[in-house]
Design a protein around this ligand. Structure first.
Ligand code: PLP
Length: 360
């Protein structure tokens, strides 16, 4: 029987995640594989989070706390907002979907950069909205062009800061200017998955806009610096009015019980966060210097990955590195993104890259 599919869904392609280590091992018979493809924390999970996982396992016959009281309370406390300002997601990914479903009617528009986190476009299309993509300017969000693209149909504006895949950021001043000219019917989605890695003092205080009651939502995740990507837990900080609306489409037990407990423990693990930041900073210097020595010009990054022009087809470079046991991410054309790992893995990546260049 022919399936009847909504044309907006038929037009989508499934999300392609970073290649899993086991898959490459299976395909190429490699024993040692280094994955620098999904911006994961090379130090692993927060040890404090690991410690509570076993404890929680004994209660797995129970449903999770659907309201995630303790974790939301801790987040509210940390960000100086109330419990009603916090919404949890099965990864921040899930909140992106909730935003699209809640705020887009068919044909409504969402403004985003053309090179940014691909899930925005997918969720907008899946909600029958229209993705309006604005070219980056010198690898950064072009906020003036984004503001100029706003129409009466615009409902959402996605601002990935720092941006994935470029690693670039927009400043507090630039964001302030954008918000001062934005009509009230547009919600700004600040996706700050990598905020804990940022070193620039110019980074915007987006949570201040939430506290002022502006129509913005700040998305954060436990998948990156907290090292809990496999548990799937992220959150949004926004106005109580917005959480109330988003809660209408949120699946009832979307944040699982282990994830809630582990995230609560990880949130308090300042030592793991500080170590992760330090390892990333040293690794960033190592990878950037190594890439430059090999003749590449990596784009300065505020995150835990770096984007560069491979000077050749990026897919070919990606495939050649796979044969060397290193998984990076081909984004488009000649552009490749590599996640910063621990020193030894960074070195192995640079050595593999050098071999690939020499061989061609
Ligand atoms: C910019 C950005 N936002 C959101 C996410 C999703 O994170 P989560 O694991 O919380 O769904 C990612 C993950 O790669 C990301 O890069």
């Amino acid at each position: 029987m022919a399936l009847h599919v909504h044309p907006d869904i038929a037009a989508l392609s499934p999300y392609v995640p970073g290649k899993p280590i086991e898959e490459l091992q299976r395909e190429l018979g490699l024993t040692r594989v280094i994955k620098l493809a999904s911006n994961e924390n090379p130090l692993g999970p927060s040890p404090k989070a690991l410690a509570v996982v076993n404890e929680t396992a004994a209660t797995l016959h129970r449903y999770p706390d659907g309201g995630a009281y303790r974790l939301r309370e801790a987040l509210a406390d940390r960000w100086k907002v109330t419990l009603e300002h916090i919404i949890l997601g099965n990864g921040s990914d899930e909140i992106l979907g909730m935003l699209a479903r809640t705020f887009l009617s068919p044909g409504d528009e969402a403004v985003m950069a053309d090179q940014t986190f691909v899930i925005y476009k997918m969720e907008v299309m899946a909600a029958h909205g229209k993705a309006v993509t604005i070219p980056l300017k010198q690898w950064r969000h072009d906020l003036s062009a984004m503001a100029a693209a706003i129409t009466a149909r615009t409902r959402l504006l996605f601002l990935c800061n720092p941006n994935n895949p470029t690693g670039t950021m927009v400043s507090a001043e630039e964001v302030g200017r954008l918000l001062s000219r934005l009509p009230e019917h547009v919600i700004v989605v600040f996706d700050e998955a990598y905020v804990e890695y940022v070193r620039s003092a110019e980074f915007p205080d987006s949570l201040a806009y939430v506290r002022e009651g502006r129509n913005v939502i700040v998305l954060r995740t436990f998948s990156k610096i907290y090292g809990l990507a496999g548990l799937r837990i992220g959150y949004g900080v926004t106005t109580p009015e917005m959480t109330n609306l988003l809660n209408r489409v949120r699946p009832p037990f979307n944040a699982n019980s282990i994830a809630q407990r582990a995230a609560l423990a990880a949130l308090d693990d300042d030592e793991h966060v500080a170590n992760s930041r330090a390892v990333n900073q040293a690794g960033m210097e190592q990878v950037v210097a190594g890439l430059k020595t090999l003749g590449f010009a990596p784009i300065p990054s505020e995150a835990n990955f770096v984007y560069f022009d491979a000077g050749r087809d990026g897919r070919e470079l990606f495939e050649a590195l796979l044969h060397q046991g290193v998984i990076v991410r081909h984004i488009e054309g000649r552009m490749v993104r590599v996640t910063i790992g621990q020193a030894e893995d960074n070195q192995a990546f640079l050595a593999a890259l050098a071999r690939v260049i020499q061989a061609s």
